[in-house]
Design a protein around this ligand. Sequence first.
Ligand SMILES: C[S@@+](CC[C@H](N)C(=O)[O-])C[C@H]1O[C@@H](n2cnc3c(N)ncnc32)[C@H](O)[C@@H]1O
Length: 319
Amino acid sequence: MEVFLFLGNTKTKVCDSESEIYFNPTNSSTLLIVRHDLENRLNDLNGSQWLYWTNSIYETSFPPDVTFPLRKQHGAMKPPELMAEIISFFTKTGETVLDPFAGVGSTLLGAELVGRHALGIELNPAWIHIYNTIATVFSINDGVLSEDKDNGGRAIQSRIYWGDCLEIMKEIPDESIAAIITDPPYGCNHGRIGFKKETNFNMESTDSRDLGNSRDYQEYLLKMKLAGQEFYRLLKPDRYLVLLIGDRFDRGEYLPLGTMVAQALQEIGFRWKGLRIWWNKATQRPLKPYAIKNCFISNITHQNIVILRKEMKKNPKKG
Ligand SMILES: C[S@@+](CC[C@H](N)C(=O)[O-])C[C@H]1O[C@@H](n2cnc3c(N)ncnc32)[C@H](O)[C@@H]1O
């Protein structure tokens, strides 16, 4: 098919059989023209879907799903549908995703929704128990999680391994993972200085291996770097590490934790490719009246999706 644009007496060819045409997802009055002979090296999306996903603002409206009553016991779980969208961008069908801070397994459920394999690592056995219950009770039916096993649903097969991810990752072979997509603890002192009280998170643990129990941000970033070295080794060349990280407000100051972690990981060789600001409208909590009429304090309602790449072409930071 050929497409021509007529301006007065001038006829210009804008598209030929080598190209696909889409409506621009953010402005339906403009067309997008994408060559379809370009090989998609990363995912199974078409050009229009790819473009849509590059917007740095990411608003979703995922209501709680059927597994929510079980997953909500973990105060920091993410919608499996969100994780499915992220996984769909950074992998092709059938590839393997790792979540080293798996919690109750939202990344694994997201991977199952879109036909990828996933493996998780989690320190707290209580969260693994919840995931295992979900994997027993629910199945994937027509791309959604469903309780109806008798209706031809596909069993959930991805597994979470119990232990410290800094140790367990050592057992995974080099360059065997297509994408690492994870939601690590957001800095330190979750329990001690009222983070739980402030945000309703239920993530207190006494295990010193929990990154959220780091003594201070310096120790937290150091441990993230140790984890990052393993992430780098495990990832296939040119593939992505995607981190969901909330910023913090601590001792009177805004802490751009997403940026701090991205910069720490740049130091070990990752290239920082982008940031998406994610906001789930459907589960927005009421704003809290911090210091009204006294001083400005943000209600942090977004999370950062930090996108880093193990880029092989040129890596000035590696020996
Ligand atoms: C923000 S939560 C992840 C929640 C997850 N995205 C979900 O939807 O359930 C971070 C998780 O990392 C786990 N964790 C912290 N340190 C760890 C470590 N060293 N190894 C493995 N898991 C760890 C915590 O127990 C917690 O469940």
